[in-house]
Design a binder for this molecule. Structure first.
Ligand SMILES: [Zn+2]
Length: 646
């Protein structure tokens, strides 16, 4: 960005002080919604003939609506006070209702449909083109009865999706075990889980419990019990919610003239059609088949040392035995590994690494100066070349009523000269030592955050931040994971209590160990992708039965009796038919990573080219074009296939 003395100073968001959250949510939410309505009314009343003027007003309206959406979506998932979460949730409903209304507003559509866009620059004409596409996909050009029904369906979908998330968030299950059943668990975890008055220890289905327990606990029965509870979260409530949600989406797609929801959804993604999703899943399934069987045979063989009569291995044992194989055959002891990853050091290390890579400075902002929703949140201002370009908030530990997964949320979408981008990482790490997997997750999520901030210097809010096609958004994050596997990178911050840096040969062994299992991981991912695709293409009377069938076809691990994983598979809501995007993005991430020198991941030239040609572009061009611009050629499957074979 060049200095422009006439440009206004973009603002940062001022968050309220504790106790003022409820009125703040209401005021900011209402004000932004009112601003959206006012601008749209203006647009319809004035009907400017100049295309650029129409887009300018529309941009402001979209910014205001986005501002309301961001606080609604974030605070409904993270605010510690239930009243604030509820207020945020109802704000989301209002936002989505208004968004639906605008998409179906024939008068508003007429303003755009009549525009002559021939004099617009490339960015503005892309905004116009995408806006017209949105209108068509909303059904604004359909008859009145159809539009009314589409509106009803959208409202139902919002409620169903909120019910689905709430059922998952609030159904925390647990088992109680005798202290000796904790054998194998890390000592700091055991210390944090004292026995109750009955002499029993409660282990919950929240990530900080379930992940280490299924990885380390020797007691096979307790492991199976917890995994079964985990795979039964939100059952049976969400089975019915899902059936309704799929029915709503089916009808929605059909009213708009699409054969399936997957076709409707894929149209605006890199993959383009529903059929192409099925083909992609089968392609990856075939590519990974041999490797997956080989990985599984190793697990089964190790299981047989403990249980000679075992004929198969499932998800209640696979994580534990994969860990054992890594420890015994690849000399990687995860409990030794974690001693190098104390949380505070990892967080600072991540900032240092990404700062160096992308030429950014992160300056801590004291809580009192920025305002925050919880004492755990760490806030930083982000500067590029000495100029502040945005702000990030890291909310990284679990608490009651908080979002259970790991994700990046927008707080503010950047708009040049108006508002700086602000993003939030919401994760659930424990406060002590981190598993290396968690370190990888942190790098991954941070990739989204960096994309949001770097892509936030835009004239058009529609292109701001992570605004590319949805099947590309994971690629920058998946690529950033590579930095969490590099000995030189880890060497900059991974130190144990004695101050010793993580040894390079341990990192090499960790990578080798990680390579173990990538075949069956790919197949597990394809099972999830098939689930998400299939449920949106075929009407399915018994979801669990169909899940079982698809698991048999795509996963190499068998179904666990009496489980209903679809009920807590949150991505069935958020990603709908497009869970394939994780793997699709990975194919592209591997290809983009091939441009970096593996001997020097900090090479500034490649990193800056990637920063400027991919991340900073936001959604200004199709992702395929951004990638081609960075690589100097179109993307291919080659790097992915080579990685799978490594
Ligand atoms: Zn991600």
């Amino acid at each position: 960005m060049t200095a422009n003395p006439t440009a206004t100073e973009p603002t940062l968001l001022t968050l309220p002080t504790p106790g003022d959250w409820l009125p703040w949510m209401a005021e900011r939410g209402d004000a932004q919604l009112a601003e959206t309505r006012r601008l749209v009314d203006d647009l319809k009343a004035q009907r400017p003939a100049d295309a650029r003027e129409v887009l300018r007003i529309w941009n402001e309206a979209q910014t205001a609506l986005g501002n309301a959406a961001s606080i609604g979506s974030l605070f409904s998932e993270v605010h510690p006070e239930r009243e604030v979460r509820d207020r945020a949730e109802s704000l989301m409903q209002e936002v989505q209702k208004l968004d639906t209304d605008l998409g179906l507003d024939t008068e508003l559509y007429a303003v755009f449909a009549e525009l002559d866009g021939s004099g617009l620059d490339a960015d503005a004409s892309r905004v116009l083109e995408h806006t017209l596409r949105d209108f068509r996909r909303s059904g604004v050009d359909r008859d009145e009865a159809t539009r009314a029904r589409l509106r009803e369906l959208s409202e139902q979908a919002i409620l169903l999706s909120q019910e689905f998330s709430k059922n998952i968030r609030e159904d925390v299950r647990s088992i109680r075990v005798r202290p000796e059943q904790l054998a194998g668990m890390p000592q700091d975890w055991i210390d944090a889980h004292p026995a109750d008055d009955d002499g029993l220890v409660t282990v919950t289905t929240d990530y900080p419990d379930v992940i280490p327990f299924r990885t380390f606990a020797h007691d096979a029965e307790a492991r199976r019990e917890l995994v079964t509870q985990f795979l039964t979260i939100a059952w049976p409530a969400n089975d019915e919610v899902l059936q309704k949600l799929f029915a709503v989406r089916r009808e929605h797609a059909s009213l708009l003239g699409y054969a399936t929801w997957a076709d409707f959804d894929a149209e605006v993604k890199m993959i383009k059609t529903g059929d192409a999703i099925g083909e992609f899943i089968d392609r990856i399934t075939a590519l990974s088949g041999e490797r997956a069987q080989r990985d599984k045979a190793v697990l089964l063989e190790r299981l047989r040392q403990d249980r000679p009569d075992a004929t198969d291995i499932d998800g209640a044992d696979a994580t534990y035995y994969a860990e054992l194989v890594r420890k015994e055959q690849h000399a990687v002891d995860a409990q030794r590994v974690r001693t190098y990853f104390p949380f505070e050091a990892v967080r600072q290390g991540l900032l240092d690494v990404t700062g160096r890579l992308f030429g950014l400075d992160w300056t801590p902002v004291a809580q009192g100066d920025a305002g925050t929703w919880h004492a755990d949140v760490a806030t930083y201002d982000v500067a590029k070349d000495g100029e502040r370009i945005g702000r990030i908030h890291l909310d990284l530990h679990p608490r009651d009523g908080k979002y259970k997964h790991a994700a990046q949320f927008d707080l503010v979408r950047g708009l040049r000269g108006v508002q700086l981008p602000e993003g939030v990482l919401v994760c659930n790490f424990n406060r002590g030592l981190m598993e290396h997997d968690e370190v990888v997750t942190l790098f991954h999520e941070f990739g989204h955050l960096v994309h949001h901030v770097l892509g936030g210097d835009q004239e058009w809010v529609r292109f701001s931040g992570v605004a590319t096609e949805w099947d590309f958004v994971e690629a920058p994050s998946q690529m950033l994971e590579e930095w969490a596997w590099d000995a030189d990178v880890l060497g900059t911050f991974a130190r144990n209590a004695e101050g010793e840096t993580i040894p390079a040969d341990l990192v090499a062994a960790m990578r080798e160990a990680d390579d173990f299992g990538k075949g069956y991981d790919a197949r597990t991912q394809m099972f999830y992708a098939a689930l998400s695709y299939d449920f949106h293409v075929h009407e399915t009377p018994d979801l669990t039965a169909r899940l079982r069938e698809l698991m048999g076809r795509y996963s190499v691990l068998p179904y666990i009796e009496a489980t209903h994983m679809q009920c807590h598979f949150g991505h069935l809501d958020g990603y709908s038919s497009a869970y394939y995007t994780y793997m699709w993005s990975l194919v592209i991430a591997k290809d983009m990573f091939s441009a970096f020198d593996r001997q020097d991941l900090f090479d500034p030239e490649v990193a800056r080219a990637y920063r400027d040609k991919v991340l900073a572009q936001g959604g200004r061009r199709d992702a395929a074009d951004l990638v081609a611009d960075f690589l100097g050629r179109p993307y291919t499957f080659d790097a992915y296939a080579a990685w799978l074979g490594e």
